[in-house]
Design a protein around this ligand. Structure first.
Ligand code: ADP
Ligand code: MG
Length: 242
């Protein structure tokens, strides 16, 4: 059984039909690289998967938990789905460790000592074990994004959604963040990643999904899809980013 099942998903913003019947199954441990032009619906798709956006038709199922349109109790879903954004969204007045602990304390109601140990373990996982007490403005963009990843992991999600998590970084900081994602993938984390890093998509992705105007236009093995695009739209997209 797929860990994430998306079935005939439709979403409008007013008269703008943004997701036009998305069907997508994601197996446990799979790394999905989601690509497509700006405005094709990538972020909206991720945001519906973790309940940040409602949808109009279809259904989403995560780890057996079925979400219908207009569902309001999304606590179970949110705990299964972690998300990392382009902007790191760390609380500036909290240390790295406190940022990582916050949701586990509040949402998972974890005792202080346990949350602290977990936060330390998660910071170790992203290579920032010595930055527990550092504040965001004392960290580089790459380090801040790794703290954001540690924060998402502390909720022990079943699937991690990454929305252009390296796009706001200076080029020399991109690789340290991608290396963390690569480690997570190697450990078997299920990942859905919107990315413009095509080399990464090809090397780490198990499946490439190309969105075009609110639809999955092409999908398949990243190497095959890149080598042999079946549609002029994907060929043009690949041409535009190389
Ligand atoms: P992508 O991430 O692929 O660039 P988005 O999912 O952000 O695409 O956007 C898809 C479409 O939905 C665009 O036309 C965008 O303008 C529209 N859209 C996204 N978010 C909102 C919103 N909160 N309100 C209204 N329209 C939105
Ligand atoms: Mg987007």
């Amino acid at each position: 059984m797929a860990l994430v099942r998306i079935d005939a998903l439709h979403k409008h913003f007013g008269s703008n039909h943004v997701l036009k019947g998305i069907d997508l199954d994601i197996e446990e441990g799979q790394v999905i690289a989601l690509i497509g032009r700006s405005g094709s619906g990538k972020s909206t798709l991720l945001r519906t998967i973790n309940g940040l956006e409602s949808f109009d038709e279809g259904c989403i199922e995560v780890d057996g938990e079925r979400i219908h349109p207009h569902e309001t109790d999304l606590r179970a879903l949110r705990q299964k789905v972690g998300m990392v954004f382009q902007q790191f969204n760390l609380f500036p007045h909290l240390s790295a460790g406190q940022n990582v602990m916050l949701a586990t304390r509040i949402v998972r109601k974890m005792p202080e000592a346990e949350a602290r140990e977990l936060a330390k373990a998660m910071l170790l996982k992203v290579g920032l074990q010595d930055k527990f007490d550092a504040f965001p403005d004392q960290l580089s963009g790459g380090q801040q994004q790794r703290v954001a990843i540690a924060r998402a992991l502390a909720m022990q999600p079943r699937v991690l959604l990454c929305d252009e998590i390296t796009s706001a970084l200076d080029p020399e900081l991109v690789n340290e963040v991608l290396a963390v994602v690569k480690d997570l993938a190697a450990e078997g984390m299920t990942l859905i990643m919107v990315t413009h890093e095509m080399r990464f998509a090809r090397e780490v992705g198990d499946k490439l999904v190309f969105m075009y105007q609110g639809r999955v236009h092409e999908a398949g093995d990243p190497r095959e899809v890149f080598a042999n695009p079946q549609t002029p739209e994907l060929a043009a997209f690949i041409g535009s980013i190389n």
